[in-house]
Design a protein around this ligand. Structure first.
Ligand SMILES: [Zn+2]
Length: 424
């Protein structure tokens, strides 16, 4: 017997100042055109604006998307701290979200809204027919573009006509606003049956511009190592090998203008694979140039609010502005393949970043002096570990750049130099 799947019905409806757009007179004007998502014939989350750019982006790859947002375009401003979790299967787009989407008003005061909301909101899942969903969204976007009404603005704030013009779920991801790459977008869904998603379309390995020998090598490796992907002790090594193998696609026919990502399930706090939380990691073709100098002479490491940052810089001096940040939160885009295991160590280290005791009075009490000393000891130990990690990054970088450890700005307890070049 065939497995049956009941799909939810997805619709995107546009309104001009509250009037359905198809009922609005062609010659009339409106302050704002906004949109609502209707599921199974009802509006969902009526109160929250729909971010069309996130919605369209979510049709191209899995992950967490802030599809519901604040009128200003910043979801957190409306108490929306968790996005819609989206998964892709060949015929299905799945959503999982908590309702209501906003944590506003759940707590006794603003500070515990989120925790209260996590306990009291309900999880809901939807399954949409992939082809119908994409066609519906494409058609609704085309209709609003065809409509002659030119409103004063679009929703949420910041969306402009040119963004609306660029949105086509049947086009290419790189044309979606704020994508910073060109060319086709290829996602390898490692835990979702090893499928490739090319600009929103599932493709067989044989359809890709890769050599036959490489295609066989990839298939053999995946088959031979499938079991390791689920073993906690093997997981990182499995991902590391897989990433190196995917990078090799560029040596075996994959054109350099293809943007390639490795997508895999995160491990939750209990050590289980969480199918809804997907990591998105760039496979950077620049990683192949293992001997060429890096674009900037300095690779900098710093801890910042429990995350580590790794970025490139042209100056050995500390700067007020971190304008050359190219990565944050452990997701490195420095053209350097940082091993997953080292990345994990960096994350663990950054989470231990001390917080300076808030004496802050300027009065030299004994208590203040004691806590200042304790702070200095904690920070010194933290920096020592940070410098050791920076040395390991230097070993990977070799002579291509100098690794610099930057003392975090929140350390007001020690008087170490702001920047220390390691390996010198
Ligand atoms: Zn806002």
């Amino acid at each position: 017997m065939l497995a049956t799947c009941t799909f939810n019905d997805f619709d995107l409806r546009f309104f001009a100042d509250g009037t359905p757009l198809d009922e609005a007179a062609h010659e009339s004007t409106a302050e704002v055109i906004h949109q609502r998502i209707w599921i199974d014939g009802r509006p969902v989350e009526q109160g929250h604006p729909v971010d069309l750019i996130s919605l369209v982006r979510s049709l191209y790859y899995p992950g967490e998307f802030y599809i519901f947002t604040c009128g200003c375009g910043n979801a957190g401003c409306a108490g929306i701290w968790d996005g819609v979790l989206v998964r892709h299967e060949p015929h299905i787009v799945r959503w999982r979200l908590r309702r209501p989407v906003s944590s506003e008003g759940f707590g006794n005061d603003f500070s515990d809204d989120y925790e209260q909301w996590k306990g009291r909101s309900e999880w809901i899942e939807y399954a949409f027919d992939r082809d119908i969903m994409i066609a519906t969204i494409a058609e609704r976007l085309a209709a609003v573009r065809r409509h002659p009404m030119v409103p004063d603005g679009y929703s949420p704030y910041g969306v402009e006509r040119r963004h609306l013009e660029a949105l086509d779920p049947r086009g290419r991801l790189c044309d979606v606003p704020w994508e910073d790459h060109d060319g086709p977008s290829l996602f390898f869904l490692a835990d979702e049956s090893h499928r490739f998603l090319l600009d929103g379309r599932f493709v067989a390995h044989g359809e890709l511009p890769i050599s036959e020998a490489y295609r066989r090598r990839l298939a053999n490796w995946l088959e031979g190592n499938h079991a390791r992907s689920r073993e906690a002790g093997q997981r990182l090594a499995w991902l590391e090998e897989l990433r190196a193998l995917l990078l090799d696609a560029y040596r075996n026919g994959l054109p350099r203008d293809f943007a390639l990502w490795l997508m895999f399930w995160q491990v939750d706090e209990q050590g289980r694979l969480d199918v809804w939380h997907v990591e998105k990691r760039t496979i950077n073709v620049e990683w192949l140039n293992t001997f060429a100098p890096l674009p900037f002479p300095f690779v900098c490491l710093a801890a910042d609010h429990s995350c580590f940052r790794l970025w490139m810089d042209h100056s050995p001096e500390a700067k007020e502005s971190h304008s050359n940040f190219i990565s944050q939160g452990g997701r490195s885009d420095v053209p350097l393949m940082l091993p997953f295991a080292l990345e994990e160590e960096l994350s663990r280290w950054a989470e231990e970043e001390p917080t300076t005791s808030a004496d802050g009075t300027g009065i030299a009490s004994n208590e203040g002096r004691d806590s200042a000393n304790a702070d200095a000891v904690r920070w010194a130990r933290f920096h020592q570990e940070g410098i050791q990690l920076a040395e390991r990054i230097q070993a990977l970088v070799g002579t291509r750049a100098t690794v610099v450890y930057e003392r975090s700005w929140s350390d007001t307890a020690t008087n170490l130099p702001r920047r220390i070049a390691v390996g010198r």
